[in-house]
Write a protein that binds this ligand. Structure first.
Ligand code: 8DG
Length: 132
């Protein structure tokens, strides 16, 4: 099965993170972390900076890696690195997504995450919400 390598950004602002709704393609209407495929010769961090500029016109600071999710989708194997990211300034535009919302950590389950993202959300809760 073909492997697709993807980098995903958990964009944090205070105690909230940004969830984005896919506006096209096979996962349309599912919620995800902004990002995209890592191209050959790129690091995951470089791919994230490029993708967030392309799809959100945002300048970002890529911080620690949260986890790598390995998941078999029907058509391909997904290997997805998720990073904590902050916006360099408050500016972003939704150039490709249908919608986006800032979620408090207590409301992470309020949107319909793509299957692989459910694992990121699980790790977020475990790593960053202990004791809440
Ligand atoms: N960007 C992103 N993709 C995700 C997430 N979760 C998840 O399963 N995926 C899957 C959906 C897609 O099959 C693949 C990434 O595709 P993409 O469409 O975002 O990547 P891209 O912008 O480079 O692709 P393209 O439309 O230019 O071909 O990973 C996520 O949180 N963020």
């Amino acid at each position: 099965m073909k492997t697709i390598r993807v980098a995903a950004a958990v964009i944090r602002r205070g105690s909230q993170i940004l969830a984005a709704e896919r506006g096209y393609g096979e996962f349309r209407d599912g919620w995800e972390f902004p990002g995209g495929k890592i191209e050959s010769g790129e690091t995951a961090e470089e791919a994230l900076k490029r993708e967030l500029k392309e799809e959100m016109n945002a300048e970002v600071i890529v911080n620690e890696k949260i986890t790598t999710v390995e998941m078999d989708y029907p058509e391909f194997h997904l290997s997805m690195d998720a990073f904590l990211v902050s916006l360099a300034d408050d500016h972003f535009e939704l150039l490709e997504h249908e919608a986006a919302c800032w979620l408090d950590y207590q409301h992470l389950d309020d949107v319909n995450w793509l299957p692989a993202d459910q694992e990121i959300v699980r790790v977020l809760k475990e790593k960053y919400m202990k004791g809440c």
